[in-house]
Ligand binder design. Structure first.
Ligand SMILES: Nc1ncnc2c1ncn2[C@@H]1O[C@H](COP(=O)(O)OP(=O)(O)OP(=O)(O)O)[C@@H](O)[C@H]1O
Ligand SMILES: Nc1ncnc2c1ncn2[C@@H]1O[C@H](COP(=O)(O)OP(=O)(O)OP(=O)(O)O)[C@@H](O)[C@H]1O
Ligand SMILES: [Mg+2]
Ligand SMILES: [Mg+2]
Lengths: 162, 165, 162, 165
């Protein structure tokens, strides 16, 4: 009888490989048990292969690479054990333009299956929004929030054709 | 199941009662530095039962109560209500909507309620367990935390998978 | 006889107040000794005032606010005890447009007195460069660096007039 | 005084000998994620005498030696030379240029040299002390470290001012 954890680990790994190869085209990744003798307690580590590189240690990866690996892991868990919502607070701050595009591809992929709440200063992230929430701090030092449905921003002709 | 609305009053920089409508799909929160975006996330982490002040960038739990600003006095109580759409019956409660409320006063009194009736933290945890919301470590990524995923110890990474399992 | 440290602290504080009020218009800041009885050992803390807000704890400041406070402190030390160079690796990643402009103002202010080496993904930061260094990772997984003097980008007419 | 050139060979992702000309004013380093920008900063931190591997995102000191890639074998030695323009005489050495070199081989042999003649770490520290370069905590801000300035303990903040004093 395989434990709930081992079954989950296998499912996560299937998703991790699929998502990782989208974020690192040509790369591969697995989550491995550090102590296979003791599956009920053992911690897990990542075994990664990034094209053209020899990844000896995770700590040697760059800031942007670390964000992309973490995002691949999170979305792999999310895909194999769906949760109703995900909240991401400026997770794409370290990404260059190419990796930002891949991250936005992830959001596009999950937008129909889950509720995504994303905080960002990046203009390109704002462009994928269905709804924008604008926070401001007024003169009295308190937060006000306004909401704007983006689908309403489509040119009138398209909207009336909906 | 999805988050339907969030009402924040007296929590961090929200001095006025602020109701935020939420909807499925992608919602992007924007605004200047210091405007209160991460405080919105903190209010969700808090209403879902966060226990340690550190997960709320605080040192004491009452740091979450509006402390005042240059022309407003501090408040004595913080209250957050999260309304979850349960029309698909994910949450084990026979209601199309589930409203979770948490409040805290400066005197330290802390209350939870589910759909208006008083509840304890353990009731909340039970309610959310089936929906993979749990301690929500893997579904709420706070500012600066994405990089910490990789410096976490192997047992911590295992715990993330176990929580979602 | 005031210790070297106390003299330095006073100089840093003069600069800290000046630079902080540029980054937080209307704000003020000082570095204070936590234990005034024991000036030779005591740690230091920041006492800040940001317009419209009541700053109770540093940990409650936002990500962008924290970066700006740290930058004010660093440049205050740099101004009061000049060093030949400063190296900044993506220090402006958490800033919004307004604060990014203030940060760039700091670079403009110090560019004639020190050598500034800045790593960035922000287009507006690249625009203040005298020299751009472009790093690429080629197919063999090794870094190549190319250099471009930006002043050469000026329209020919201006350049020949130099 | 300013940094005039940096020659990197076998350090981290620099397998080939790479000479980078530096000049006064503002130099901005750009490039994709993982292209080697922060490795340039690490090479400067290292040649100026960094002791702990953690300040170089490493676990062992030899992690800084080029480990190989998909079609190149690893190297056995890392070497970095930093040439400093000293025409204003800031450094207490009668030379218009000062070249600092550090090398490390996989066998653990580590050498410093100043203008070609062998030196020890203590010689390097003495040389740089007057120029406020010191342990360079306040003049080199690594990726992700700007936020740590504020979470540093009060004694650590004092140490930054003392170092610069
Ligand atoms: N208890 C409190 N009472 C009043 N104000 C508070 C309280 N707790 C936090 N704040 C204020 O909230 C502000 C921070 O808000 P928040 O972290 O949400 O900003 P943000 O929009 O995420 O900004 P950034 O883009 O920089 O990350 C701080 O300026 C702080 O003063
Ligand atoms: N000893 C080594 N041998 C070979 N490659 C190495 C070594 N150490 C680090 N690397 C490689 O260097 C890369 C990281 O480079 P670096 O951190 O400088 O990137 P970066 O340009 O700063 O990227 P980012 O914009 O994401 O911060 C990693 O992909 C890593 O594989
Ligand atoms: Mg924030
Ligand atoms: Mg980097």
């Amino acid at each position: 009888m395989r434990s709930v954890f081992m079954v989950a680990l296998e499912d996560v790994n299937r998703s991790f490989q699929a998502i990782f190869s989208q974020l690192f085209p040509g790369g591969s990744a697995t989550v491995v048990l550090l102590d296979t003798e003791n599956p009920l307690q053992s911690g897990v580590d990542f075994e990664l292969s990034i094209p053209a590189k020899k990844v000896r240690r995770m700590s040697l990866l760059s800031g942007g690479e670390r964000s992309m690996v973490a995002l691949a892991f999170l979305f792999a868990i999310f895909q194999s054990r769906p949760a109703p919502f995900v909240i991401l607070d400026e997770v794409e701050a370290a990404l260059d333009d190419k990796n930002l595009a891949r991250f936005l591809g992830l959001l596009e992929h999950f937008r129909t299956t889950a509720q995504l709440l994303v905080i960002s200063h990046q203009k390109r992230t704002m462009e994928v929004a269905d709804v924008l929430l604008g926070a401001t701090m007024d003169k009295s030092g308190t937060t006000k929030v306004v909401r704007e449905e983006i689908s309403k921003r489509l040119p009138l002709a398209i909207r009336t054709a909906e | 199941m999805y988050l339907k609305s969030l009402t924040i009053k007296g929590f961090k920089s929200f001095a006025e009662t602020t109701k935020i409508q939420l909807s499925p799909g992608v919602t992007v929160v924007v605004g200047p530095n210091g405007s209160g975006k991460s405080n919105i996330v903190d209010s969700i982490v808090w209403v879902l039962g966060a226990q340690g002040p550190r997960s709320l960038r605080s040192q004491k739990m009452e740091d979450v109560i509006f402390a005042g600003s240059n022309n407003r006095a501090g408040l004595g109580r913080a209250e957050v209500t999260l309304v979850i759409d349960n029309s698909d019956g994910t949450l084990p409660i026979p209601a199309a909507e589930v409203a979770i409320t948490r409040s805290l006063s400066r005197s330290g009194e802390s209350d939870y309620s589910i759909n208006g009736s008083p509840a304890r933290l353990v009731d909340l945890v039970d309610l959310l367990a089936d929906a993979h919301v749990g301690r929500s470590q893997h579904v709420i990524i706070g500012q600066g935390q994405i990089d910490q995923m990789l410096s976490a110890r192997p047992e911590e990474r295992r715990a993330i998978i176990e929580e979602a399992a």
